[in-house]
Design a protein around this ligand. Sequence first.
Ligand code: NAD
Length: 367
Amino acid sequence: MEKKNTYKIAVLPGDGIGPEIVAEAVKVLGAVAEQTGVTIEFEYGRIGGIAIDTDGTPLPEETLEIAKRADAVLLGAVGGPKWDQNPGHLRPETGLLGIRKALGLFANIRPATMHPSLVDASSLKPEVVSGVDLIVVRELTGGIYFGEKKRYAAADGGEVAEDLLIYHEAEIERILRVAFELARKRSRRLVSVDKANVLESSRLWRKVAERVAADYPDVELSHMLVDSCAMQLVRAPKQFDVIVTENMFGDILSDQAAMLTGSIGMLASASLAEGSFGLYEPVHGSAPDIAGKGIANPLATILSAAMLLRHSLGLDEAAAAVEQAVWAVLEAGHRTGDIAQDKSKALGTVEIGQLVLNELAKRTVKK
Ligand code: NAD
């Protein structure tokens, strides 16, 4: 990846706790810039409910322009009860789907890492989840979510609905290549998940996976049916390293895998386009129930910023330093309310953010 001295990051805080958690991640990126000697310029834009209120649309043209001239996008979360009854085109999530489509973000990367000090947060037994460290790679712009949709009356007068599940082999190939590349940097094991016993699109998926695998002889590819994968994820999750799958299966399995770790405030994600451009956001939503209280966990957003440093800016060492700083804060026993055993000792958003900055300052980060 081309190393530059100046990077532009589009910052889209969104709604609810979005602005609070994004502020902490921006401080961390600012500290990384200072330590590495690179310049990071932040340009802010509106998305979701705030954009509906201000601009009359969940994804203003201006926001897209800001995103398009950036090297990467850092997003908080969108949504809230205020906009829940709006029609489809005026819903906050429409802004999210719109930006993914407009920026060509076809690969969703969702790590699920069980940190030893958080093993008790999982609803599964410690021996099942301790050591879990997997990534779900989900195709994000094709499949049944984007295929043609129809509603009509059948001959007997009953209502019928159709959702078309459609994939072009080029769409399958590019997501598989992302997954193979990722597997190559990890344990070189890739599980491709489909429903090839029933779906034609899955049979094409499997055929393409086999073809692409020939270019990655160092990576061991195996296939698993989606129902079997759902079972294996809760039975023996440690068998997985990188999982790749289509849009709807990935939507479900990535949430299931994430919950192995038990703490929604810790989960980061990246959505990547061709090249190094990507959008980075925590997995959780805008948490309207705790917005404005200063108690939201900023770590998922800070870990998303670490993914941004690695995938879009090529600052691998800085990314690792941020991740280590987060783990060091947890190991020292500091927690926000969502992951604290003893809620009375829980720290606030800014306090946890500051502790991460303190840990980061102890580490030497080179460009
Ligand atoms: P949510 O993830 O916002 O909240 C679920 C629960 O987890 C809540 O109790 C919340 O307080 C808690 N929580 C979430 N993030 C937290 C954090 N960082 N720190 C501490 N606690 C945290 O999901 P929801 O309540 O189903 O949805 C709320 C709104 O967010 C809805 O409008 C929904 O549409 C939207 N949403 C947005 C996204 C996104 O922007 N990507 C994703 C999911 C939901």
